[in-house]
Design a protein around this ligand. Structure first.
Ligand code: BGC
Length: 783
């Protein structure tokens, strides 16, 4: 693969305009602030291929399900993150010709995402049809401190000769979702208006009545003498769901005309519908009052604070450095944890695919990032989000015919299932395991066991009820079985006894009974309250223990490998390396039938279980399974390489760990899976973070202690990251085989560094060296 973007530690840079790559760049250069997100579409008109995307968090549309063959149990709709008001638009006309990079010749094009300060900029010279040249420079951001505000500075300079300019800043809600099932338009207009110094639109969704109001104000400046008066004529425009105004003026040769566009976007999720338009106006006017430079300074400060607490610094390898910052940057752009109604969509706000909805990705991949880098309240909110959906998850189980228990949806916006492929909707029930695991992870990490009595235990009990009913006991095999599932590996459907699903189900049942015992003795009132609320009986608890102890967890007696599913070893096993590379990616080259029959694994499956339950398996077991499954894994899910990287690191396969790290961290920057035009793989970015902190850093939490067993790839002269742990703030620096941990926080930290237990007081630091024999973090703990 030829790297396209320039390597720089703080910036993503595209030099030269390549229309073919534009949609990929639109994803990669997206900006967001957790409240809204914006693909890197151009401000001016663009007639070439482009996926327009302006998204408001939590504003979605229940698009009626479309399937060829309806199956009972399918949800009525697929929730879609909505393409919302296009607030960035500025049409540009130079001497009567519309500026459009699909028709003009483009010179010196540079697009830059500045991750340090949270801005997107672009500059280029366009040669128009009559040979006139115009230079354009733009900078925009969505404000972190003023979350409703988007600001743009757009400068046009006619080169060498004067020109008549028309600049038309506008707001346009005549937008569509490319993935709309029935080519419907999702918005109805409420109002639009424009005057010489403002424009606004207000719209509502055709279903669910989400409302969005956008208000725009602007300033115009010309280079040259300080108070130069220049003559501007303004013409207003409005039509259904559109409002804007055209500013006509003459620019002298080489004179720069700068338009500052300030937009406030507000939604009925946060404000009363009647007050929306007024609120948008008030916020936009406040932004104008502050001015572009002040807003930009505030943006820089806000990002500086994020980086101060959460940067990962890698020295000696700029490619890896850029990549990890890009991943962290996108995660911060997607979810801030301030709004407990929100979650983390697999593509964040960088595209439509996956609908911006919640997947198991959050529990399996994202929670660890927030546990270590944010206030514990953020991870707690993500858990409470699922607690609030418990009733819906029970309804979902009932809809599929279960008498009790909860089956969380595979994809959701509001707790209802909205995925409609049977092999996923009905069969990827392993998501229930991840939800239980996240509760465990949170409690282990934070020590907040009160969460269990308050929310966690009730969820665990309902998950366990589901598993109780979903298993069946086989006399023939003397074990409980789980038949007809799809594991994390979506390249096999309707298989029996997927090891991962069975393992996580058994583990959930065991953990639930353990929590029940603990609660009953330590917080009897909390236990009694939950038991009464859900009618929990001792017989149920006993049954759960029985199932967890006798669940089938099949292992090949000869090789000692856990069987991904009952029939896995009947397949032809041929390493990916022996496939003709022209067959990859399989999902674009092979028929589905061929994929299903093959041995190729889309993403970590057995290995996912060994990663989650890493403290229960010794290194040799992990090695056997890794050596067997890794060579047949194609990583066609972005969620795969990170888990492989972590396990490889643990096993001492440092080159593999590094290879997988680059693959996960540069997945979008280098467009590995050839699908970044749909949006960035945001949830897997949390996996990338894990591959550094849990992989190279070897971070685990065991028995209330933070375990570190760091190493760094050979090409890195140093690696440094920060994690929060129970009030302590630890800066971990790995360099030359030595690790130093500084406690910059207020509380002491119970630490295990390379197997040595240390109480690291606030303000103190400690160093240790890796014993090359030590291997895995869990081995170090055991040792
Ligand atoms: C993966 C799922 C994942 C989804 C969203 C799919 O390709 O196989 O595990 O939940 O993407 O990221």
């Amino acid at each position: 693969m030829k790297p396209y973007l320039k390597v720089n530690e703080w910036r993503i840079i595209e030099e030269g305009f390549d229309a073919e790559r534009n949609e990929v760049s639109e994803s990669v250069f997206s900006i967001g602030n957790g409240y809204m997100g914006q693909r890197a579409n151009f401000e001016e008109r663009y007639g070439g291929p482009s996926l327009q995307g302006s998204y408001m968090a939590g504003v979605y549309y229940p698009d009626k399900t479309r399937v060829g063959w309806w199956k009972n149990g399918y949800p009525e709709y697929f929730a879609k993150v909505l393409n919302s008001v296009n607030w960035i638009g500025i049409d540009v006309e130079i001497d009567g010709e519309t500026l459009d990079l699909s028709s003009a010749a483009v010179e010196d094009f540079v697009r830059t995402l500045d991750m340090q300060e949270g801005t997107l900029s672009r500059s280029f010279t366009a040669v128009l049809s009559d040979g006139k040249k115009v230079r354009v420079e733009s900078l925009r951001f969505v404000s972190v401190p003023f979350k409703e505000i988007g600001a743009i500075r757009y400068t046009v300079t006619p080169i060498g000769e004067a020109a008549q300019l028309k600049l038309t800043p506008y707001l346009d809600a005549n937008v569509v979702n490319k993935d709309s099932n029935y080519d419907e338009k999702f918005w109805d207009g409420i109002s639009q208006d424009s005057g010489v110094d403002y424009a606004n639109v207000e719209v509502r969704t055709k279903k669910l009545d989400f409302r969005v109001a956008s208000h725009m104000v602007y300033e115009l400046a010309a280079s040259g003498e300080a108070d130069q008066e220049f003559h501007v004529e303004a013409e207003t425009h409005k039509r259904d769901k559109f409002a804007g105004l055209t500013l006509s003026l003459r620019a002298e040769a080489d004179q720069s005309i700068t338009l500052y566009k300030y937009v406030a976007n507000v939604t009925s999720r946060d404000h009363e519908p009647e007050s929306l338009a007024g609120k948008a106006q008030e916020l936009a006017e406040e932004a104008l009052e502050r001015g572009f430079d002040a807003l930009l300074d505030a943006q820089r400060e806000a990002w500086a604070a994020k980086w101060r607490d959460g940067d990962i610094s890698i020295e000696g390898d700029e490619t890896a450095q850029q990549a990890i910052r890009f991943n962290i940057f996108q995660l911060h752009q997607t979810y801030t944890g301030e709004d407990d109604r929100l979650n983390i969509g697999p593509k964040g706000f960088t595209g439509e695919k996956y609908g911006g909805s919640t997947y198991w990705d959050t529990e399996a991949y994202c929670i660890p990032f927030y546990l270590s880098t944010a206030d514990p309240g953020v991870a707690r909110n993500l858990l409470v989000y699922r607690y609030k959906h418990l009733e819906k998850a029970k309804e979902n189980a009932a809809k599929l015919g279960f008498a009790k228990g909860a089956l969380y949806p595979m994809v959701t916006m509001n707790g209802e299932e909205c995925h409609n492929e049977w092999e996923i909707t009905f069969e990827e029930i392993h998501r229930n395991g991840a939800i239980a695991y996240a509760i465990y992870n949170y409690v282990e990490y934070t020590g907040d066991s009160a969460y269990l009595g308050e929310y966690g235990f009730e969820v665990l009990a309902e998950l366990s009820r589901f598993w109780e009913e979903r298993v069946n006991y086989s006399e023939r095999r003397g074990a409980y079985l789980i038949l007809g599932v799809t594991g994390p590996n979506e390249y096999e459907n309707n298989v029996n006894n997927n090891w991962y699903t069975n393992r996580m189900a058994a583990w959930t049942l065991e953990y639930t009974t353990e929590v029940a015992r603990k609660l009953r003795s330590e917080e009897p009132d909390a236990f009694a309250a939950v038991a009464e609320k859900i009618g929990l009986t001792d017989a149920e608890l006993e049954k759960w223990t029985d199932i967890s102890e006798r669940m089938l967890l099949a292992e090949d007696p000869e090789s000692g490998v856990f069987l991904q599913q009952d029939g896995f070893l009947d397949k032809d096993i041929l390493p990916v390396a022996q496939l003709d590379p022209s067959h990859l990616p399989l999902n674009q080259k092979w028929s589905w039938d061929r994929i299903l029959r093959s041995c190729y694994i889309k993403q970590a499956d057995v290995l996912q279980g060994l990663f989650f339950l890493g403290d229960r398996y010794d290194l040799e077991t992990k090695r056997r399974n890794f050596d067997f499954y890794e060579p047949i894994t194609v990583h066609e899910s972005s969620l795969s390489p990170c888990v492989h990287s972590i396990l490889a690191g643990e096993l001492g396969y440092t080159e593999k760990a590094y290879e997988m790290y680059l693959r996960t961290s540069r997945l979008d920057l280098d467009n590995y899976n050839n699908d970044t035009e749909d949006g960035c793989h945001t949830t897997s970015m949390a996996g990338t973070w894990m591959s550094v902190v849990q992989g190279f850093g070897g971070l685990r939490v065991r028995g209330g202690r933070l375990v570190l067993n760091p190493f760094s790839p050979e090409s890195w002269t140093s690696l440094s990251f920060k994690v929060g742990f129970r009030g302590a703030r630890l800066k971990v620096t790995v360099s030359g085989g030595k690790t130093t941990v500084e406690n910059e926080g207020a509380a002491n930290a119970a630490l295990t560094l390379y197997g040595r237990e240390i109480e690291l007081a606030a303000g103190e630091s400690v160093s240790g060296e890796r014993d090359p024999q030590a291997g895995a973090p869990d081995e170090a703990v055991r040792g």
